[in-house]
Ligand binder design. Structure first.
Ligand SMILES: [Zn+2]
Length: 319
């Protein structure tokens, strides 16, 4: 179990031991915080035939099947990368929970990235949540409860996951001893340690530095726009997020937050310059960035260089 998940694991063990486990739990947290690792541990305990001190024993029939991911009473929905989770999937889930468990302990259903449920799927799920079948555990995982129907959220017990910063940083340093781990790295990755590790391992930090440095260079030498655009495009969609965060930092700087507290403190001169721009321009650029991201997603044939040039012009030169 990842160290920052321990408090949630302990709390679940207590609730499980007191037999006050709700039928449905909603786990909310950014991608890469470890929601599915936690859900897996919870499901293992729920299904284990002889838990030892509220921990799955690891060797009973149920535990062995769980390890092989072939437990007949444990189903995971939304494991594919499909854009949405349809009503048929949820009907399947409801039917599974209605059936008697094959091994006797109970039934578990996990919905990954539950925010992908269509409206029809959510409505179908509501019926199951209103009359939960006995001896079942439904776990919904999402990065944002706002993306679900409020009626779904209100029928689940909501657990919001966060990684304690010092613990997360210490863990990351262990995993990537050769890297310099800073709180900013974690913040840029929504405070999610697993996501941060992938980011480090896949060269995300080098890419981010390249995009911001190219932007800095463009400020002084506008004719380097082609290099900047190339860099930007190759790091999409992350580059949109980095630029949004950079603008947010500039706004914070305007409001008196000190440089050291900002995520992009390592690009102090660019930030200081941006902070001299009117707040309306920064807010407008932030909004335009979201639209830009959306339009490039919707129209893959669009020419980014024209759109980017427009955006840069607004941010750097517009009065
Ligand atoms: Zn067991």
């Amino acid at each position: 179990m990842y160290p920052w998940l321990m408090p949630y694991w302990t709390r679940f063990q207590q609730v499980f031991a007191s037999r006050r486990l709700p039928h449905a739990l909603l786990l909310v947290g950014p991608t890469g915080i470890g929601k599915s690792a936690l859900a897996t541990q919870w499901a293992s305990l729920f299904l284990c035939e002889q838990p030892q001190q509220n921990t799955p024993c690891g060797h009973c029939h149920a535990c062995l099947l769980a390890k092989q991911q072939s437990h007949p009473d444990w189903h995971i929905y939304g494991a594919d990368d499909a854009k949405s989770i349809g009503v048929d999937t949820i009907r399947q889930l409801s039917a599974q929970l209605m059936n008697s468990p094959q091994l006797g302990r109970g039934k578990v259903a996990i919905i990954l990235q539950a925010e992908r449920m269509t409206e029809a799927a959510e409505n179908a799920l509501l019926k199951t949540l209103e009359e939960p079948p006995g001896n079942s555990l439904l776990l919904l995982l999402t990065d944002s409860a706002m993306k679900l129907l409020p009626t779904i959220v209100s029928r689940c017990q909501v657990w919001t996951l966060q990684a304690e910063e010092q613990q997360a940083l210490a863990w990351l340093q262990q995993q990537a001893p050769a890297q310099t781990i800073t709180p900013a790295l974690l913040q840029i990755n929504q405070g999610a340690p697993l996501r941060t590790l992938t980011y480090l391992n896949e060269g995300g930090e080098q890419q981010r530095q390249a995009v911001i440095s190219a932007l800095e260079l463009y400020r002084q030498q506008p004719w380097t726009i082609t290099a900047l655009t190339k860099c930007w495009v190759s790091a999409m969609p992350s580059s949109f997020e980095w630029l949004s965060r950079l603008l947010l930092d500039a706004l914070k700087l305007q409001q008196g937050v000190t440089m050291q507290q900002l995520q992009f403190a390592d690009h102090a001169s660019l930030l200081s310059f941006l902070a001299t721009r009117p707040a309306e321009i920064l807010l407008g650029s932030l909004q335009q960035l979201l639209l830009l991201k959306q339009s490039l997603q919707d129209m893959p044939s669009a020419v980014p260089s024209i759109l980017f040039a427009d955006w840069l012009d607004q941010l750097f030169t517009k009065e």
